[in-house]
Design a protein around this ligand. Structure first.
Ligand code: AMP
Length: 184
């Protein structure tokens, strides 16, 4: 089976860690819009300069900065055999854009995996990371933005019945096994 996978879940759910592990297992690219944006900020590219303020405040970057970026990335040759999307789509408009883009390419996502983790676990995980947007005020804002903009994406995919929920509140290896089982 081709593996076109979408990872959903709140900040701190472990999407990035799990996506990295599974991208090595399945030999498909791990596409993280957050990583792409952080690289752009580090190298002070025009995209990075535009995105930085939003990221520092814990807000979503405007869709017009993200949609072309994800389209270009999915059209690169290494993405032909599958991919793991981590951090995209982040709102329903992005999910609809992705659906139309995939339909144009005569493709569809094979699985949408929702990593569920209780809030108190998320906050302690996020506070122990070393990222510049992992301070308490920004974390609180990112969780609010997640609830407002990203949780509706879970409903969107649930209606299309491609979504599987995985308990993300366990040892890393157990979460990886649960994901593999859901993907197989
Ligand atoms: P992440 O690494 O996925 O937690 O993303 C870090 C930050 O990058 C987020 O708080 C947003 O500011 C921005 N970001 C990442 N992905 C997206 C996206 N798909 N849409 C809008 N903003 C994004």
């Amino acid at each position: 089976m081709t593996k076109r996978l979408i990872f959903l879940g709140p900040p701190g759910a472990g999407k990035g860690t799990q996506a990295q592990i599974l991208s090595e297992t399945y030999k498909i690219p791990h596409i993280s819009t957050g990583d792409i944006l952080r690289t752009a900020v580090t190298y002070k590219t025009p995209l990075g300069d535009k995105a930085k303020g939003y990221m520092d405040r814990g807000e979503l970057v405007p869709d017009d900065l993200i949609l072309d970026l994800i389209k270009d990335r999915l059209l690169q040759s290494d993405a032909a055999k599958g991919w793991i999307l981590d951090g995209f789509p982040r709102n329903v408009a992005q999910a609809k854009f992705l659906n139309s883009l995939l339909a144009e390419l005569d493709l569809a996502a094979d699985r949408v995996l929702y990593l569920a983790v209780p809030d108190e676990v998320l906050i302690s995980r996020l506070l122990s990371r070393q990222r510049r947007d992992d301070n308490e005020a920004t974390i609180r804002r990112r969780l609010e933005v997640y609830r407002r903009d990203t949780m509706p994406v879970i409903d969107f995919y649930q209606e299309q019945s491609t979504l599987k929920t995985i308990d993300g509140d366990g040892a890393m290896e157990n979460v990886t096994s649960a994901l593999k089982e859901a993907i197989a």
